[in-house]
Design a protein around this ligand. Structure first.
Ligand code: NDP
Length: 329
């Protein structure tokens, strides 16, 4: 049987356990060209909150009664595609379930000898790719510039900051609470880490005495309101996400009037626009950084499919510490 988590109903505000339903289905049959994958790690990501709503977006919502969407890494359990053999590791869009059958052409093979397989959901996966694409294409970091990153200890933020350091920036992270701030500064090597649970204005002035050249936006809300007025002329604001408003109405934002006077560039992007077409280049560059000791990562591993809904609810409240993945038995 295939255990899985379904969307039981659309959440009103923050998701609650009753919005999800545990279910078992027969194992899928394999058509020609398909591969049966036994999932080992599932990726829990903030965008999955958007897929629970029936709202206009760049991607379709999950249907009521449908399997919750996610990427996962797993091992091939059976194959009707000559390119894949039993035991091969693959990455794909598989859903919150233990097995899935997918066309071989939709799978990305991964080599577990390069790095632990779960990293293909984090530092070497979609969040890392998001950081790499957004910083290269929109942030355009230059030696000596100041880069501020929100949700700095998370899956995307931890990579953005480290790539910023590699590019020669002064990097300031913003995270929730002393433990995350200590990790950002001491283990990731950011120049400063500020706690958004405390007032941010004075610490931002102290950490960024010349202002902010690049603001990497992961959260929105009060953090955005504090950083925005500190952007310098010709600053860039990389609009990656605004998790603070995923569960409800948008909070009041900053006054965007200075965008003109300061000639700011504010650009949103979705990693899939150009990211996956450049995945091989990304992976090679990141593996080089890891081998040279320039890049590290932190994962938050939750055991068992049944614990996925609670872990996902926690992600939207900041209870994860690092890239959130679910390990399956
Ligand atoms: P994280 O691993 O960073 O987890 C989410 C973190 O967000 C929490 O741990 C918490 O960190 C912070 N957070 C949650 N709620 C709030 C809040 N109300 N106010 C402030 N901070 C909050 O997630 P990801 O790294 O996977 O994602 C980060 C952002 O990037 C999200 O907005 C996501 O939607 C976006 N994204 C966008 C992509 C794109 O293509 N544009 C692709 C991938 C991600 P803390 O405790 O430090 O506050």
């Amino acid at each position: 049987m295939n255990p899985r988590i379904l969307l039981a109903r659309r959440p009103s505000g923050a998701p609650v356990p009753e919005d999800f339903r545990f279910d078992q289905a027969p194992l899928p049959d394999l058509a020609d060209g398909e591969v049966l994958v036994r999932h080992r790690f599932l990726s829990l990501d903030p965008y999955q909150r958007g897929r629970m709503d029936d709202a206009k977006s760049y991607a379709k919502p999950v249907a009521i009664g449908g399997v919750m969407e996610c990427q996962a890494v797993g091992e091939v359990a059976a194959s009707r595609d000559g390119r894949f053999r039993e035991g091969d590791w693959v990455l794909g869009g598989f859903g919150w379930q233990a097995f899935s059958a997918r066309p071989g052409k939709a799978l990305i093979p991964i080599d577990p000898k390069e790095a632990p397989p779960s990293t293909s959901l984090g530092v070497l996966g979609m969040p890392g790719l998001t950081a790499w694409v957004g910083l290269k294409d929109i942030g355009e970091p230059k030696q000596g510039e100041t880069l501020v990153v929100s949700a700095a200890s998370g899956a995307v933020g931890q990579v953005v900051g480290q790539l910023g350091k590699i590019a020669g920036c002064r990097v300031v992270g913003i995270a929730g609470g002393p433990a995350k701030c200590a990790f950002v500064k001491d283990e990731l090597g950011f120049d400063a880490a500020l706690d958004h649970r405390q007032p941010l204005e004075a610490p931002l002035d102290a950490a960024c005495p010349d202002g902010v050249d690049i603001y990497w936006e992961n959260v929105g809300g009060a953090v955005q309101a504090a950083v925005f007025p500190r952007l310098r002329d010709f600053g860039r604001m990389v609009m990656c996400g605004m998790i603070a408003q995923y569960n409800g109405a948008p909070p009041p934002g900053p006054n965007l009037g200075p965008v003109v006077r300061k000639r700011l560039r504010i650009q949103g992007f979705i990693v899939s626009d150009t990211g996956w077409a450049r995945y091989a280049q990304f992976r090679a560059e990141m593996l080089g950084h890891i081998a040279a000791g320039r890049l590290t990562w932190r994962e938050d591993v939750v055991q068992g499919l049944a614990n996925a809904p609670a872990a996902f609810i926690g992600l939207l409240e900041g209870r994860n510490f690092g890239k959130l993945v679910v390990a399956l038995d």
